[in-house]
Design a protein around this ligand. Structure first.
Ligand code: MN
Length: 647
């Protein structure tokens, strides 16, 4: 409007002056001048109208601007979002109407004691049963004397409710499998139908109680769909279904063994995939246990009873046949075990080398820096002249490795523990033979694998491979002695973990020339070592559950063999069911655990990042002191006993 006003006034003045001039100048133009004067009048009135309109608007704007301050406070006061102003110690200075309905306390600390008010932040809190997203920021004022913060609470109760509904009710897939149905079916006394009906009754009962559904898809195999919250309940009860199943009368003297696998993911197809992977893990670990997989997280339950029954020899024969085909198509066979190889590793490796030679392939035993555990064996190998042609270091192995070479890994299946991780990465054809229970990290891309957690040792498994590899394999007397010492080491001279198949393997080895005297020389201890073991045994603290924990005296240098033998020695003492020997290895604290079978030392040490077997396991703890390591071990033992008492 302003832009019209100035030209209008100028035009009005100009035409008014023109009218007055012409009026006195000419009489003839008078009517025309009257018309022009009228126009001037109209223009003047227009100018007046615009200027008054402008003044009116300016006035309104001024009013709005001057009221602005009170308007913003009015908005905040009446807005339905709760606002609060407080000082840095949390004392409330002011709050709006909405906040008065939600929070009436004098200090913010009552609702959020941990909150640091000096920095802007966002936090979720629960107040009077509602969930709020609390955000606060500093209140900046030009002439501020005191620091204040402005905080607002957004009610997220509904969102939180729906989120928990989603996580609680998302479907989980559960697979249940009767592990030893086929094994028992071979027994005439087996009440097959009755056992299946009993197991199904247990599964259906479990589903009814937990709002789940199931269907049977093979004899002794079930697929269940349950809500995630039901799975959490089952986890709390540590899947006691397995325990109930053990009481079913089978007629064979062997209890029913169930494996349960659960997958809990965002989508149901993914859950099913996870459940199948968890089942593979549960069976790979020897069955009779539950494995829950959620994302990358695995949780284990059960697995406390050692099985008598073992997988049939059919699997072993098929494996031996496949191994022979693989070896026949290759000219170089590389063999390696775990780091710090023991006699079981060496025995198994010698057995595999025998198989390789049988099909005219060259065997190579990959060793980095062999410890004292196999020093005697290596000395013996040098004496009989097989050392130079057989043993190879990882670097040379890597440089010679060809794409058709085969890498055989014995006595371990964890990629982190193999002698040379680089060789494993390079290898295209990998074979794994192991008797340890499977843990979450295992070599998964294998050409062939044979894992049997019920076998006493890798040497026992390889002895069976030798017998099925071909009819006329003749292992050397030395290889047989090594294999027998491997079995002897892992069974503590045939005292633990032995089955009829262990003795059959030992018989075969003996028949092929295994020398007992060789074994005892490999096991001989010198006097100093004997004294060291006694000192460790002496320092043991034994609790009422029969668990002995002892550690290396500070003055004694750490030695893995002494550690293992001290743990074995402790078990020979009456009243001790499990033993742990803790030693400072320099860059980590090493724990070696042994058990007579009742207490699962594998589960105890798995919680500390270790692994192994039910009766024999180990763990290495980094960046902790000796005391912290012992504390963690004791906590894990207690946890184990807590879980046992639930079942
Ligand atoms: Mn072993």
């Amino acid at each position: 409007m302003k832009e019209y006003r100035a030209p209008l006034i100028i035009l009005t003045v100009f035409f008014a002056a023109l009218c007055v001039g012409f009026w006195f100048y000419s009489h003839a133009l008078k009517p025309l001048i009257l018309v022009i004067a009228c126009c001037v009048l109209v223009l003047a009135m227009l100018a007046l109208f615009f200027s008054s309109k402008h003044r009116e608007m300016e006035q309104t704007m001024d009013e709005v601007l001057s009221d602005n301050r009170s308007a913003s406070s009015e908005v905040i006061e009446n807005l339905s979002i709760p606002w609060i102003i407080a000082n840095l110690s949390g004392k409330v200075v002011w709050r709006n109407k909405a906040m008065e309905e939600v929070f009436t306390e004098k200090s913010l600390q009552i609702a959020m004691p941990q909150l640091d008010l000096s920095h802007p932040s966002t936090k979720q809190i629960v107040w009077n049963g509602s969930n709020y997203q609390v955000m606060h920021m500093p209140l900046v004022r030009e002439h501020a004397k005191k620091d204040l913060i402005l905080e607002y609470w957004i009610d997220r109760t509904e969102a939180v409710h729906y989120r928990s509904l989603y996580t609680d009710e998302r479907p989980a897939v559960m697979l249940i499998s009767l592990d030893n149905f086929e094994d028992m079916a071979g027994d005439r006394q087996f009440h097959g139908t009755a056992v299946l009906a009993e197991v199904e009754k247990l599964v259906s009962e479990m589903c009814r109680k937990n709002n789940a559904i199931y269907c049977r898809y093979e004899s002794g195999r079930f697929l269940c769909i349950a809500e995630a919250q039901s799975v959490n309940e089952l986890e709390k009860a540590r899947f006691n279904l397995m325990e109930y199943a053990r009481h079913i009368e089978t007629g064979t003297g062997t209890p029913v063994s169930l494996s349960i696998a659960v997958g809990m993911e965002q989508r149901i197809a993914q859950s099913e995939k996870s459940a199948r992977m968890a089942m593979e893990l549960a069976l790979g670990r020897g069955g009779d246990q539950a494995v829950v997989r959620e994302g990358a997280d695995y949780r284990y339950y059960g697995g406390k009873n050692q099985q008598d029954a073992r997988q049939s020899r059919v699997k072993m024969r098929l494996f031996a046949k496949a191994l022979r085909q693989l070896f026949e198509s290759s000219s170089d066979i590389y063999i390696m075990g775990h780091k710090n190889p023991d006699m079981d590793c060496m025995g198994a490796a010698m057995g595999i080398a025998t198989c390789a030679e049988f099909v005219n392939a060259r065997p190579h035993l990959v060793l980095e820096d062999p410890g004292a555990a196999i020093a005697d064996a290596l000395e013996e190998m040098q004496k009989i002249g097989v050392y130079r042609s057989l043993v190879i270091d990882p670097e040379t192995a890597l440089s010679q490795y060809r794409s058709d070479s085969v890498l055989v890994i014995v006595d371990t299946q964890r990629p982190s523990t193999v002698e040379s991780a680089r060789l494993l990465e390079t290898a295209h054809k990998v074979v794994v033979i192991d008797h340890h229970r499977r843990s979450a990290d295992f070599i998964d891309e294998t050409t062939l694998h044979y894992t049997e957690s019920r076998a006493s040792s890798a040497s026992e498994m390889v002895t069976e491979v030798l017998q099925y590899f071909a009819d006329n394999v003749k292992p050397s007397a030395f290889a047989c002695s090594m294999l027998l010492s491997g079995i002897s080491l892992d069974t503590k001279q045939f005292a633990f973990n032995v089955s009829s198949r262990t003795f059959e393997a030992a018989g075969y080895l003996r028949k092929n020339g295994a020398e007992i005297s060789n074994i005892s020389s490999i096991f001989r201890n010198d006097f100093d070592q004997y004294v060291e073991i006694s000192r460790i045994v002496e320092s043991a603290k034994i609790d009422e559950r029969g668990i002995a924990v002892s550690c290396f005296p500070e003055s004694m240098p750490f030695n893995r063999i002494t550690q293992a033998q001290a743990a074995d020695q402790l078990l020979k003492i009456r009243g001790i069911n499990a033993s742990f020997v803790v030693g400072d290895e320099g860059d980590c604290i090493s724990i070696s655990g042994r058990s007579l079978g009742e207490i699962n030392v594998q589960l105890i040490l798995e919680r500390l990042g270790g692994g192994g077997h039910l009766t024999m396991a180990g763990a290495q703890l980094r960046d902790v002191s000796m005391e912290q390591a012992i504390g963690a071990l004791e906590a894990s033992i207690d946890q184990q006993f807590d879980s046992v008492s639930v079942i």
